[in-house]
Design a protein around this ligand. Sequence first.
Ligand code: NAD
Ligand code: DAU
Length: 339
Amino acid sequence: MTTKNILVTGGAGFIGSNFINYILSRRDDYVIVNLDKLTYAGNLENLKPSEGKKNYHFVKGDITNNELVDYLFKKHSIKYVINFAAESHVDRSILGSEIFYKTNVLGTAILLEAARRYEVEKFLQISTDEVYGSLGSTGLFTELTPISPNSPYSSSKAAADLAALSFYHTYGLPVVVTRCSNNYGPLQFPEKLIPLMIINAIGNKKLPVYGDGLNVRDWIYVIDHNKAAELVFDKGLPGEVYNIGASREMTNIEIIKLILSKLGKGEELIHYVKDRPGHDRRYAIDSSKIRNQLGWLPEFKFEDAMNNTINWYLANRIWWERIISGVYQKYYNEQYNNR
Ligand code: NAD
Ligand code: DAU
């Protein structure tokens, strides 16, 4: 069996840990070295299903550490990279942007340079639909929509995305880029809309809705995203960008009311608060390229996947209680007390 030695970065976060657990449950041909700094968002508990596997190695470290990155490429004969590592939360980028530019831009550049030195055979950059900016009430983001990010987070991701593509054009590095819409599912850190609302509703706490609650996001279950990422990693053409989305647009208030009704809670918990500065109005993805060219299709029905997600948070209180009782509390107070 030929194996692929893959450096996966940010694999202790929400999407990366779901990716590693999913991949290692069914593939022996991938050897994964997971490089993660274990920021507030990284959690080794997420990787319990993969721990102890012969083809899985964890390294605590920073993608901006040039020496460490170089050492890992050499030590593990890395020929493939999947870059999930990022500061990922828009609200935090509004509180302070520096770490976003450091990790997301400089970190990606350091990985790209190492990939070039070690003649990597595929570099998958996990980008986001937020690089396109915001839509009005009609239209969809295609891969040809101009890049026009609006937040420090999305501008840092856009810079990383374009840096990756520039390494294809300039050096012929076999880079592929995915731009996915909003994910939800198990193991998502409870600063993001869906887990935050589930946890607050379980605890009968107020549900903070930004602005008028009519901003639209296009939701995809994390496993569907990861199946698409695996497909792009295996079959995506170098230099190409692939949008990923499940065509499930919802306003925030619709999502929140759905969560309340599934948990049997009343709408009196809904609490309208000051809007997010620069809040993008609507995201919606045209994913026909990955569907037509690579044969991807989302498999999970929104209703079923939302039930799975809510049930997961109900069954895994210990996981999120540990988070919300720790340093997260300081961020939560800062974010919501004066809104
Ligand atoms: P997350 O915040 O849950 O996880 C990020 C992980 O990266 C954490 O484990 C963290 O410890 C690690 N990390 C942060 N800085 C690092 C550094 N300097 N060096 C090494 N590791 C570091 O994020 P997520 O929601 O899982 O997102 C993963 C990727 O997917 C990100 O690149 C994000 O931009 C992208 N993305 C996310 C979504 C979404 O809806 N969550 C949608 C599209 C794209
Ligand atoms: O579109 C992909 C992006 O989706 C990813 O690149 C980001 O990493 C990810 O964080 C996510 O960004 P959003 O800003 O869309 O996600 P968030 O969960 O923070 O917010 C979703 C919507 O809900 C947004 O319109 C803001 C609103 N919101 C969010 C929070 C946390 C609220 O109304 N109240 C809240 O408390």
